[in-house]
Ligand binder design. Structure first.
Ligand code: XIL
Length: 357
């Protein structure tokens, strides 16, 4: 849709047809500029040395998030030592290419180091460890990481609407078990103390639509806002399986969160497709996938408070979906394994060019 802007500029589509080929295609980040939406992706710093990876990333995106580099097992490998080398590579890359950085994630029940999970710490010790972790990591990136997923996936899948049982909440927890969301509140307050300017997000899976999980998050965010707990946004992961997305419900959900005065970021979007033994999807599914990317982007753009769309990687070459689905699904991202743009890329760019309506 490279001619869309020209259609308005010169009034006739004929101009477009005649001169369209001379107009360079826009990248995603160029297409997103008019709407002020950040267009991002999760990244793996080990791949920065691959020319096609780095050039595609720099050309297309203006927002990066380390896919794994800031998780506990990487950044806090020993009780007394932090390793910021991978996270720093992401921040450096972003800085050199004029990109913003989201941080992921400070409090989660997964990808924690053994010294932590098998340490038999008391609640008082865990509280001290967690406060130090949050303040050290957020402090290290103060002024460089503009938004943090402070707490990730705290609500349960099996008993929707209730909090998950984790090392941080009640196994044994940081001393606030049985006290509702207060352990989450404590984490947001610690992060805010470490960087008062960073935007602080609660990030969640399977809460994209209006459902019992997103209802519980809504109630928590409402309560936090009313009591002045420093929360600035909600991250909706958007890992879409089975080629099914209830876009109307997703839009209604974004609407109710942004009405609370918090931002919504789509944080981890991918649309998994069934793949054959050679890991290839069908042409028909690629088109259905494109429709979903386009529709979700349009839904985000229709709410002023929906401020970022981020995919969980950008090339199928390095998507987590293969190992996550035991190779039954894949091809979930915008570029194929050879960095060729897929129909999903075109659909997303079309939506970005369309802008906010
Ligand atoms: C995934 C990463 O993509 C993988 O590399 C890693 O092995 C496991 O975690 N929700 C999240 C992300 O919040 O951190 C997860 O990332 C995907 C699900």
């Amino acid at each position: 849709m490279k001619c869309r802007a020209l259609i308005f500029a010169v009034a006739t589509a004929a101009f477009c047809l005649g001169f369209g080929s001379a107009v360079p295609e826009q990248s995603l980040r160029e297409a997103a500029q008019g709407s002020g939406l950040l267009i991002g992706t999760a990244v793996r710093p080990a791949q920065f040395s691959e020319a096609a990876y780095a050039s595609t990333l720099a050309r297309e995106f203006n927002l990066l998030e380390p896919e794994d580099a800031l998780k506990w097992e990487v950044v806090h490998p020993e009780p007394q030592s932090f390793d910021f080398s991978q996270g720093d590579q992401v921040v450096d890359f972003a800085f050199r290419h004029g990109m913003s950085v989201r941080g992921h994630t400070l409090v989660w029940h997964r990808q924690n180091p053994k010294w932590l999970t098998e340490g038999n710490y008391t609640s008082a010790e865990l509280a001290e460890i967690l406060e130090k972790h949050i303040k050290t990591v957020v402090g290290h990136y103060r002024g460089k990481i503009f938004a943090w997923d402070v707490v990730n996936e705290a609500f349960d899948e099996l008993h929707p609407g209730t909090l998950r049982s984790t090392i941080w909440r009640d196994q044994p927890g940081i001393g606030l078990a049985g006290n509702g969301n207060s352990y989450i509140e404590r984490c947001f307050r610690w992060a805010h103390e470490a960087d008062p300017h960073a935007l602080l997000f609660y990030n969640e899976a399977e809460a994209e639509v209006v459902n019992r999980k997103s209802d519980a998050i809504y109630a928590m965010v409402l309560d936090f806002r009313q009591r002045g707990v420093p929360i600035d946004g909600v991250g909706l992961q958007m890992h879409i399986a089975n080629l099914h997305a209830d876009v109307a419900s997703i839009s209604a959900n974004i609407k109710r969160f942004t009405a609370l005065g918090v931002q919504v970021h789509i944080t981890e979007m991918d649309v998994a497709l069934p793949v054959d033994a050679d890991r290839n999807p069908s042409q028909a599914d690629l088109q259905r996938q494109a429709d979903i990317y386009g529709q979700i982007a349009a839904a985000c753009l229709s709410h002023a408070g929906c401020a970022a769309i981020q995919t969980w990687g950008f090339t199928d070459k390095y998507s987590w979906m293969g190992s996550h689905s035991k190779q039954t699904q894949g091809a979930a991202l915008l570029f194929d394994r050879s960095y060729r743009a897929k129909p999903a890329y075109e659909a997303l760019r079309d939506a970005l060019e369309e802008g906010r309506r």
